[in-house]
Each structure stands twice: as C-alpha cells, then as structure tokens.
Design a protein around this ligand. Structure first.
Ligand code: SAM
Length: 245
C-alpha cells in the first residue's frame, strides 16, 4: 500500500516544479549562494524537487523521515543527489551547506517550540557562512479567516480508481492542525481503504523570527508565494521566510 500512498501524494500535490525552481534560483542568487555548492532539500517527500534543484547547478542532499517517501526519493540518487533518512533534527554537518530548503511545509511537522528552536539551531550550524535557510509553511491565521471545508474528490491513476475524503480537525490544546485523508480505491478488482494523518503545528511567524534572531541569522526576508520577487509582509495562505547565516 505504501507505493500507492506516494503515488496518490504525487498526483494530488502537483509540485509546480518550474515555478518553485525559478523562485529558488532567484532567491539563492539574491543571497549570493554560488552554484556548485551543496544544498539540502529538507523533507524532500518522494523527491519532486531534487532533479530540478540539481538542474540549477547545486549538489543536493535530500532528507526525508517518512519511509515510503524516503524509498521513492532514494531511487533518484546519483553522483549529485544523495538521500538521507531523517528530518530537521537529524541534520549533520558544520559549515557545510549553501542552503537548507524546506519546501511545502516540512517545518510545520515539528510539534513543539523546543523542537523548532533546535531545528533552527542545527540548521544554522550546518549552513556555511552566508548560507540560507528557507522555510515555506502554511499560514494558519490566514487559513482560519478564509476557511472552507475540504472537498471530496474522485480520481484515476495508473489503473486505480480512487475517492479521497479529506477531514480537518484542530487540537486547540496542542495547537495542531490535523489533516486526515481517507482513501477508498479499487486496484486489480479488489477494494481497499487507507488513511493518512498529518499533524501540523499551527506556527506563527513571530515565533520563527524569534528563533532566527536568537541564533544569529541575519538578512531575514518574507514572501507570500513562489511568484514573489520582493521582500514583503505576510498576508496570504503561505508564510515563506528566508534567512542568512
Ligand atoms: C507536504 S510534504 C512536502 C514534501 C516536499 N518538500 C514537496 O514539496 O513535495 C512534507 C514533508 O515533510 C516531511 N517531514 C515530516 N517530519 C519532518 C521533519 N521532522 N523534518 C523534515 N521533514 C519532515 C514529511 O514526511 C513530508 O515528506
């Protein structure tokens, strides 16, 4: 079933690879991160951005803690792309990377303030001088103000006919957003059901600023989308933040 899960993920979350790599190319050149350096795709998922990041001229290390996604990403390994099992709290190296990029929410999987503080400290240590940390997270205050119930969808992929029923819940005590996807699908004539659950910390931007400033990051910039090319106040469903060591 794990192969099915990553197929569903890839199909339902089109990565917009070109849009994102154009932004990343621009961002890293703004911060003078030279091509040829080693960068991290933190929480790379099944690896949708690895080849594109390598195509920008960087050597890429993908970190991914979730076994089915790790296995999918591992298949993309070559001399310029390596994959490590783990996440933010497993990052190794001192003064090593030109950039650490967390695209589409990996930082929100860190559940406590202490874990997030530690993740930012470990990232700071692992970055080379002048290196850039980039965090792209959902902006929950905006999402709550504009909330709409998620819709059920039917889709077909590789001969599999599937229905996805997403459900959102909020744990007000832990301050987490719980996104559950229930999938019912028919594969080779047999009916199956699987559920996946994502617990996302409802992080607010001032907390991230506080960790970045405390460890010594500078040149902090914020963006609302991958179309942006200017440092701007956050006012959308995403909060994207970049900072330099
Ligand atoms: C929404 S996916 C984004 C995947 C990929 N970056 C993309 O753009 O398609 C979030 C990813 O973060 C990973 N993740 C979960 N916990 C993490 C952690 N502690 N550190 C880094 N990544 C984590 C998940 O396994 C998942 O692959």
């Amino acid at each position: 079933m794990e192969e099915v899960e990553y197929k569903f993920y890839t199909f339902l979350n089109p990565t917009q690879v070109e849009l994102k790599s154009a932004f990343i190319k621009w961002l890293l050149s703004e911060y003078n991160v030279s091509t040829g350096s080693q960068i991290v795709d933190m929480g790379c998922g099944p690896g949708s951005m690895l080849v594109a990041l390598n195509g920008l001229g960087y050597k890429v290390t993908g970190y991914e803690p979730y076994q089915p996604f790790f296995e999918a990403a591992k298949q993309l390994e070559n001399t310029d792309i390596e994959i490590t099992k783990g996440g933010f709290l497993d990052i190794k190296g001192v003064d090593t990377y030109g950039a650490i990029m967390a695209i589409n929410g990996p930082f929100s999987y860190l559940q406590s303030i202490n874990e997030r503080k530690m993740a930012i400290e470990l990232s700071y240590n692992a970055l080379d001088h002048g290196g850039v940390l980039f965090l792209d997270n959902p902006n929950f205050p905006w999402i709550l103000k504009h909330y709409r119930e998620p819709l059920e969808t039917k889709f077909h992929i590789d001969g599999i006919e599937a229905i996805r029923k997403p459900v959102h819940k909020i744990d007000f005590h832990q301050c987490t957003w719980i996104h559950t996807d229930h999938f019912s699908f028919v594969k080779e004539g047999d009916a199956h059901e699987i559920s996946t659950e994502h617990h996302l910390a409802m992080i607010q931007l001032p907390e991230i600023y506080s960790h970045l400033n405390a460890i010594g990051f500078k040149n902090i910039k914020t963006f609302n989308s991958y179309e942006s090319r200017i440092d701007e106040p956050i006012n959308s469903s995403r909060m994207m933040i970049a900072a330099q060591k």
